[in-house]
Design a protein around this ligand. Structure first.
Ligand SMILES: [Zn+2]
Length: 184
């Protein structure tokens, strides 16, 4: 028997809620609350990025590969209020204006100890170049304050900024060391 997949977005989210609510009616109210949470959070992202809520939901649902009740949560779709947010395209353009096209030479600042580091230094030391905007060089003995060991993957979501990717998923990363002043 063929089953028609609901469209990714609001439809797929609600369809999954309904599926589980039918199976376990006792928890339906709790699970409906999670749908509401996702809709409110998607609206926040939509307002912030100047797109329709459905666009955000489409992106989130396309990326989702596990149960929505666990997927929709502060760690995955963090509250953006009071945070600086840029799209991936804006961030890439800013990096190129500051440092040119060669990304290995882009400079990032550890939000905890202020150390400035480049992906090239990480790569030269056999580390992932991507770690240069996620982890302080001190974690690898590559500079910075020795006891810093800061990682963006830690529980404390402070410092750095959110870059929103093409599926409206935020990535918290270190600031550019020579970050531009905001124009507005
Ligand atoms: Zn550091």
């Amino acid at each position: 028997m063929e089953t028609k997949e609901p469209k990714k977005g609001y439809d797929s989210l609600v369809a999954e809620y309904e599926y589980w609510a039918q199976r376990e009616p006792g928890r339906a109210e709790e699970w409906k609350e999670k749908v509401r949470w996702a809709l409110v959070r998607a609206q926040q992202y939509a307002d912030r990025l100047g797109v329709d809520r459905e666009k955000v939901l489409e992106g989130w649902e396309e990326r989702r590969d596990y149960w929505y009740v666990n997927y929709y949560q502060e760690a995955n779709q963090p509250d953006l209020s009071g945070r600086e947010v840029v799209t991936l395209a804006e961030w890439e353009a800013e990096g190129e204006r500051l440092y040119g096209k060669e990304r290995l030479d882009w400079r990032f600042r550890c939000p905890a100890c202020g150390h400035v580091q480049t992906p090239r230094e990480f790569k030269a030391a056999g580390q992932s170049p991507h770690a240069a905007y996620l982890n302080c060089a001190s974690r690898y003995g590559l500079g910075g304050r020795q006891d810093c060991k800061w990682t963006i993957g830690g529980l404390l979501k402070v410092g750095g900024r959110y870059v929103i990717d093409d599926r409206y998923c935020p990535r918290l990363i270190f600031e550019f060391a020579d970050k531009e002043k905001k124009e507005d």
